[in-house]
Write a protein that binds this ligand. Structure first.
Ligand SMILES: CS(=O)(=O)NCc1cccc(-c2cn3c(Cl)cnc3c(Nc3ccc(N4CCOCC4)cc3)n2)c1
Length: 281
């Protein structure tokens, strides 16, 4: 385990291969010399954070993610900086980006999709109990751990509820619920809507309201113009419809998701390999 409260510097690590490059930085595989522990080191240029005016969002990401402990939330062990760069010491997700796996597979079957959605619902429920809304749930912000478990990452957009959006949204609009498209006040139920969009995208391969033009996407979100293809199972379609409700208070509660027929029907008899072959009770 990467020790908390230890003073880290770049010299504390052996830097491995570059895992990827994002909007604000690069991520490397790294090994903590003192403990041999493998982690991921996210490196960002200070001048870029200032240029993109995201240093406040970045500080919030550190403050929020450092205090979270959940198997489906990527750990942030610590951070440090040198004259020009800031470094985040993050948990290494052994199977990489969900986004890439989804694009490669096209779409997931009911068993894989329902396990992912159940794990994400568990992580969101943990966040909501801490009065944190993620607000940026999408495949690009999900990683996959060594045992195939989902890891929620990138808390740059998380806020403590209730909040009304301050900075303009960037990136995909596909996951925005009506109340955010209509810039109304919003609360944790925005994550329920996004979970519905994610369930649809896992099973179909593209998000439900995707249109070439932004205005058309807004329109379809606002009207909840949802068309679920016939190959989507009845149970999955039921959960998608219960989450993609225009009125936030009508959206399916996270705590009921583990007992939804789609999840129950597709739950493996034994937990995944990490859980070992326990006897069924
Ligand atoms: C804004 S950003 O820079 O943070 N996002 C860009 C980006 C792009 C690509 C990757 C990764 C990435 C981040 N990771 C973090 Cl954080 C922890 N583990 C990984 C992590 N782990 C990882 C583990 C395995 C693999 N392999 C598995 C075998 O197939 C090839 C890819 C890739 C990444 N990857 C990130």
């Amino acid at each position: 385990e990467v020790q908390a409260h230890r003073q880290y510097s770049l010299d504390s690590f052996e830097i491995g291969r570059k895992l990827g490059k994002g909007k604000f930085g690069k991520v490397y595989c790294a090994r903590d010399k003192a403990t041999g522990y493998v982690c991921a080191l996210k490196v960002m240029e200070k001048k870029e954070l200032i240029h993109f005016k995201v240093e406040k969002q970045f500080r919030r990401e550190i403050e929020i993610q450092s205090n979270l402990r959940h198997p489906n939330i990527l750990r942030l062990y610590g951070h440090f900086h040198d004259s020009s760069r800031v470094f985040l010491i993050l948990e290494y997700a052994g199977q990489g980006e969900m986004f890439k796996v989804l694009r490669k597979k096209g779409r997931f079957n009911d068993i894989l999709a329902s396990q992912y959605i159940c794990q994400i619902a568990s992580a969101l429920s943990y966040l909501h109990k801490k009065h944190i809304i993620h607000r940026d749930l999408k495949p690009e912000n999900l990683l996959i751990g060594l045992d195939g478990e989902v890891k929620l990452s990138d808390f740059g957009w998380s806020v403590h509820t209730p909040s009304s959006r301050r900075t303009t949204m960037c990136g995909t609009l596909d996951y925005l619920p009506p109340e955010m498209v209509e810039a109304k006040d919003h609360d944790y139920k925005v994550d329920l809507w996004a979970l519905g969009v994610l369930t649809y995208e896992f099973l179909v391969g593209n998000p439900p309201f995707e249109e070439p033009a932004h205005k058309a996407t807004y329109k379809r979100i606002s009207k909840v113009d949802l068309k679920i293809p016939p190959f989507v199972s009845v149970e999955a379609a039921d959960l998608i419809r219960r989450l993609l409700q225009h009125q936030p208070e009508r959206r399916y509660p996270l705590d009921q998701i583990p007992d939804h027929p789609w999840i129950v029907k597709n739950r493996p008899l034994w937990p995944s390999s990490s859980g070992g072959q326990r006897r069924s009770s």
